[in-house]
Design a protein around this ligand. Structure first.
Ligand SMILES: *[C@@H]1O[C@H](CO)[C@@H](O)[C@H](O)[C@H]1NC(C)=O
Ligand SMILES: *[C@@H]1O[C@H](CO)[C@@H](O)[C@H](O)[C@H]1NC(C)=O
Length: 189
């Protein structure tokens, strides 16, 4: 019992330091976007909602630029306004389709030598919204850590009814959307 508790605390700290939300058990089963078209997905997205994450606690005005390279890899530019630093910070990374049979299951990484982390597009219409999800199982699949985002083409987001629909879809998969918080996209410097 004590061991489980210590393990739970450890996972919680580990999870939060990577900005992920820890849960007991395996990753929930989800469906991803059918016939995912990476070309239509490229360009600028704004972060509307994200799971609570320490490393982003002070970032407003977060956006991502995706650019398909000739190599087939995607260049990722994540930018956010840090209130602490009072300026924009940028992380450049690489994304790719891990298995051409399931093109909506991308991987992304920000450092050479780092393994690709999951970036699964659960649903997108390419023109207004995207639901992105990441889950990894740790400690012999006794725990999982999850991260989710709703990205939008318009910095003002999407309608409440559309957002509710997407949240319901995620809840039906067993994703705990109570961890979502809204990203401030107003009065960006
Ligand atoms: C990343 O995107 C931001 C916002 O569009 C831009 O200002 C910055 O120059 C880009 N950085 C790189 C290295 O591409
Ligand atoms: C949103 O973030 C920007 C940049 O930090 C800030 O200037 C603005 O006041 C914030 N808006 C709200 C409603 O918090």
């Amino acid at each position: 019992m004590r061991f489980i508790l210590q393990l739970a605390v450890f996972i919680a700290v580990l999870g939060l330091s990577y900005g992920q939300v820890p849960s007991l058990g395996k990753c929930p089963k989800v469906n991803v976007q059918q016939n995912f078209d990476i070309n239509q997905y490229m360009g600028r997205w704004y972060e509307m909602q994200r799971f609570f994450a320490i490393f982003q606690i002070s970032s407003d005005c977060v956006s991502a630029d995706y650019q398909l390279q000739d190599s087939g890899l995607v260049r990722v530019n994540n930018t956010g306004y840090s209130k602490l630093k009072r300026g924009y910070t940028t992380a450049i990374g690489t994304a790719k389709i891990m298995d051409p049979n399931e093109p909506a299951k991308l991987g992304v990484k920000f450092f050479d030598g780092q393994p690709y982390g999951d970036y699964w597009v659960l649903s997108t219409d390419y023109k207004t919204y995207s639901v992105v999800w990441s889950c990894s199982e740790v400690f012999f699949r006794t725990f999982n850590t999850q991260f989710a985002w709703i990205l939008t083409r318009d910095p003002a987001g999407i309608s409440d009814s559309k957002r509710d629909e997407l949240i319901k879809m995620m809840e039906d998969y067993g994703i705990k959307t109570k961890h979502f918080s809204r990203t401030n996209q107003s009065n960006c410097p």
